[in-house]
Design a binder for this molecule. Structure first.
Ligand code: HEC
Length: 216
């Protein structure tokens, strides 16, 4: 949802800019805030309505989403210092498992990876969210419905091993991918409380366990 909101905002931002590309410069934009223009805000509130648990308030961007929309989505490269700031802030906020155990049950993890439900207007508030990993990643053999937005994760642990460093990196990636790529398209599963700690352990096991279909 966050990613979708960001893309939607980016698209709207671009439309607004195109619509205003005449001789009259946009004062608010010149002040550095392309999303504060009256026309942008009016399109936003005209086109989006609250439905179920998907409230219009979700369109309020986090500081990271704001920076990514402001630079990447509007066609200006993000300055390295801004990207580094986002990444180091995200990394410093990663919460690692309190008991030091990174690995849960890979079978439960496969269900999380396959489940694309949760947090949408049509989902019951409070129902269990999925991680939808397969929508973006190829992870298992013989399943034609896997996405290619993210890198191929098939044979993840077979290729990288399961050293403490790999476990820690993978946990942080899933917790908040912006810790490594400021404007990552991968949802911040831990930081935005999309998945529980147990669900994150289960998808970790899916990636790491030698018996899991990811490593067959
Ligand atoms: C909306 C698409 C999307 C979803 C859903 C998604 N990812 Fe990702 N993932 C990405 C992208 C894109 C990258 C590439 C890194 C980057 O630039 O953010 C990535 C990177 C990763 C990496 C790092 C790979 C490497 O080479 O180091 C891991 C591990 C990972 N994802 C695991 C998961 C797991 C587990 C789930 C489900 C809980 C998941 N992803 C869901 C898009 C997604």
């Amino acid at each position: 949802m966050n990613h979708i909101a960001r893309v939607a905002l980016a698209a709207l931002g671009a439309a607004t800019l195109a619509g205003c590309a005449g001789n009259k410069p946009q004062t608010a934009m010149q002040e550095g805030d392309p999303f504060a223009t009256a026309s942008f805000q009016s399109i936003l509130h005209h086109d989006f309505t609250s439905k179920g648990q998907a409230k219009v308030s979700r369109l309020k961007q986090t500081p990271t989403q704001y920076e990514c929309s402001r630079y990447d989505a509007l066609g200006t490269a993000m300055p390295a210092s801004v990207a580094q700031g986002i990444e180091s802030r995200a990394l410093s906020r990663v919460v690692y498992p309190a008991d030091g155990q990174y690995l849960g049950n890979w079978k439960a993890g496969l269900k999380v990876a396959e489940n694309g439900k949760g947090m949408q207007w049509s989902d019951k508030p409070g129902s269990v969210n999925g991680g939808n990993c397969l929508a973006c990643h190829h992870m298992i053999a013989n399943d034609p419905s896997q996405g290619t937005i993210g890198p191929d994760l098939y044979h993840y642990a077979r290729l990288r091993g399961n050293t403490p460093a790999v476990l820690k990196y993978t946990w942080a990636r899933i917790y908040d991918s912006a810790a490594f790529n400021a404007c990552s398209f991968m949802p911040p599963f831990g930081a935005h409380r999309i998945l529980t700690e147990q669900q994150m352990k289960d998808v970790m096991a899916l990636l790491m366990n030698p018996d899991s279909p990811v490593n067959q």
